[in-house]
Design a protein around this ligand. Structure first.
Ligand code: PLP
Length: 447
């Protein structure tokens, strides 16, 4: 089929996620046809460096035959069976064991879902159920953060702190509230506050919220180790230690959303390990299968698991595709490859530090107010080169820069005027050089 035919059929029949349907109809889509390594190809013959690993997920890169073979073998063996009631199958069991071995020592149970959003729905139900079983049914409030992203289901959207999503979605799930995010640059680099003071202030805002609601009414605090979709927001060094101090003073659960940060993105198996956190629950997805097939889950710590198991009775919750055998087989193969190839250590000791060094060179560009990275996630804050300040809203340069990147052969994501990267974890030093050089060219053209 010709590109224009695809575009027309797409216009006529296909509603895309997070897209202005009308604008898409006018502009038409890029038709991505195949991919290998860290590059995607489109129907017009362009080869594009995918610095977003699809949507923060293709951690082992495109075209891994071992994953194709794992899926094929499982499709032959058992294409579908469920894990409801008292049945299961080898891929789900093996994956559960492998995940719990890789997770922090106190996390020994996993509930499978089909996505990160479903993982957060599941987590919310578990958290509230846990407190009810503990005889504290008033502990219902979940404190999340402004500008967080936890998914697109109604619960995921409610937990997330994205104002435009709340505005469109109708009523959100009750008893969820949001506190200040540790985004020093994005909060306007508050006058007189260095990032570390700001980080401690954000933790203090969490404590103030717990006190306002009353500890006896608060179930949990949920956060991403590094906020991804909000803008690759790496918190100031002071933030997580200060949050840990706050949480130690109150009996509330910690939920760390590892959907992006899990599976090596920050140079550890989980972002919680990087920041030395002890989560009670961890929603996971994306990198679990390197995005080859949809699968997610919630890793559950012993404290919550014991109560749910010993006192919970039947948990009335689950999905047709919870622990789907083909998805589980691919995820298991993905984890085995990551271990065999030392992918996580490579991010921590080699390509992560190398990206940090090369990415920092972009901070000298007049269009860049801040260049930050950690492991293999990074961002550039675009500013007006004339003033060094952020562009006034709604006018900005992010969309233009993103489009220029694509024309040059680079996928970077723009969130307002924040340009984001989250490349496949298999990226080489030479490919990082190419990425940084293309980003630099795009900045020159944007200016
Ligand atoms: N949580 C985080 C931190 C995410 O970044 C995302 C997706 O980007 C989700 C949850 C939702 O995952 P999914 O899109 O698989 O439902």
């Amino acid at each position: 089929m010709q590109t224009e035919t695809y575009r027309q059929l797409d216009r006529d029949h296909h509603l895309h996620p997070f897209t202005d349907f009308k604008a898409l109809g006018e502009e038409g889509s890029r038709i991505v046809t195949h991919a290998e390594g860290i590059y995607i190809h489109d129907s017009e013959g362009n080869r594009i460096l995918d610095a977003m690993a699809g949507l923060w997920c293709v951690n082992l890169g495109y075209g891994r035959q071992e994953l194709v073979e794992a899926a094929t073998a499982q499709l032959h063996e058992l294409p579908y069976y469920n894990n409801f009631f008292k049945s299961t199958h080898p891929p789900a069991v093996k994956l559960a064991e492998a995940l719990c071995r890789l997770a922090p020592a106190h996390m020994n149970r996993v509930f499978f879902t089909g996505s990160g959003s479903e993982a957060n729905d599941t987590m919310l139900r578990m958290v509230r159920r846990y407190w009810a079983l503990e005889g504290k049914p008033d502990k219902q409030w979940v404190i999340a953060r402004e500008n967080a992203y936890h998914g697109s289901t109604v619960a995921g959207m409610s937990l997330g702190g994205m104002a435009p999503m709340h505005a469109q979605g109708g009523p959100t799930v009750p008893r969820i509230t949001h506190v200040r995010q540790p985004y020093w640059f994005g909060e306007g680099r508050p006058a007189g506050q260095d990032p570390e003071t700001f980080g401690r202030d954000c933790a203090a805002a969490l404590e103030a919220k717990i006190q306002e609601l009353g500890e006896e009414n608060v179930a949990a605090f949920i956060a991403e180790p590094v906020q991804g979709a909000g803008g690759a927001i790496i918190p100031p060094e002071s933030y997580w230690p200060a949050v840990k101090e706050v949480l130690a003073r109150y009996d509330i659960l910690l939920v760390v959303d590892e959907v992006i940060c899990g599976f090596g993105r920050l140079g550890e198996w989980f972002g919680s390990v990087h920041y030395d956190l002890e989560p009670d629950l961890m929603p996971i997805a994306k990198g679990l299968s390197s995005g080859y097939l949809p699968i997610g889950g919630v890793l559950v710590g012993d404290r919550v698991a014991e109560t749910l198991i010993e006192r919970g009775g039947e948990f009335f919750h689950g999905f047709t595709y919870s622990g789907h055998p083909v998805c589980a087989a691919v995820a298991l193969q993905n984890l085995e490859l990551m271990q065999a190839e030392g992918i996580v250590e490579r991010v921590r000791d080699d390509v992560g530090p190398y990206l940090a060094e090369r990415w920092a060179t972009l901070a000298d560009h007049p269009m860049v107010g801040e260049a930050r990275s950690l492991g293999l996630i990074g961002a550039l804050e675009l500013v007006d080169p004339a003033t060094g300040e952020r562009f006034p809203k709604p006018l900005g340069a992010g969309t233009l820069c993103r489009d220029i990147c694509l024309d040059l052969g680079l996928v970077m994501r723009s969130v307002g005027d924040t340009m984001i990267i989250s490349p496949p974890l298999i990226i080489t030093r030479a490919e990082i050089d190419e990425l940084v050089s293309l980003a630099g060219e795009a900045l020159d053209e944007t200016a």
